[in-house]
Structures are given as C-alpha cells and as structure tokens.
Write a protein of this length. Sequence first.
Length: 125
Amino acid sequence: MELISFVTYFIGFGLQHGDSVECYEAARVFRAFAFMMLAYQIIRYGSVFETFGVVIPVLRKMIKELLRFVCAMIVFIVTFAIAMHAILCPNDTFDEQIMTRIFTQRWLFLFGYSSYEEFTGIIGY
C-alpha cells in the first residue's frame, strides 16, 4: 500500500512538470489519489494508539453507512433527472451534451441553483 502511494505521488509529481494542461490535470488526479491513500494509512496506523483506537471502528462504520447513502442518493438523482427532463422537454433528442446538462442541472438543483446558466455564469464557463 505504501509503495502504491509513493508511486502515484511521484507519477503526479512528474506529470506536474509537463507542457500541456492535460498533464497538469492528470498530475492533480494522481496526487489526490496519493493523498487519499496517505490519509487511509494514517487512520490505519492511528488505531494502535489508545486515544484513537476506539474511534477508528466507529469511523469505519460511518464511512460504510455514508457509501450506502450515496449509492441510494445517486439512484434517486438519476431517476429524478431523467423524469424531470422527460416531463419538461418531451421532444428533446438525447446526446452526450444533453445528458451531461441534465444531470448537472439536477445535481445543482440540490444545492439551490435553479438554472444551469446561473451556475455557469458564476464559474465562468
């Protein structure tokens, strides 16, 4: 596990010095993955200590429950997005751009953004 963490970090570090934007984005992904693995290792080694040993099993149970909730929420968001689009735009054709927009709109709807244009205006796309 430690070896994989080091390898992903150094791959990300090497890609960071690339010339293109794609290299930089790939470097960010590799380094984020390495950071996640490092955090997991710290939690795993923290169970050795007396103060953290009790908390670690509780954290594991919480993460399992959170993953179950996220899976259920994704199912509801996908079905809600498809149903709302079918009701509001019955004559629309389905292609990759529309599918991306449908799911992005419904995901942003959860956080209070009522329109896709409002969000894209904020982030500058």
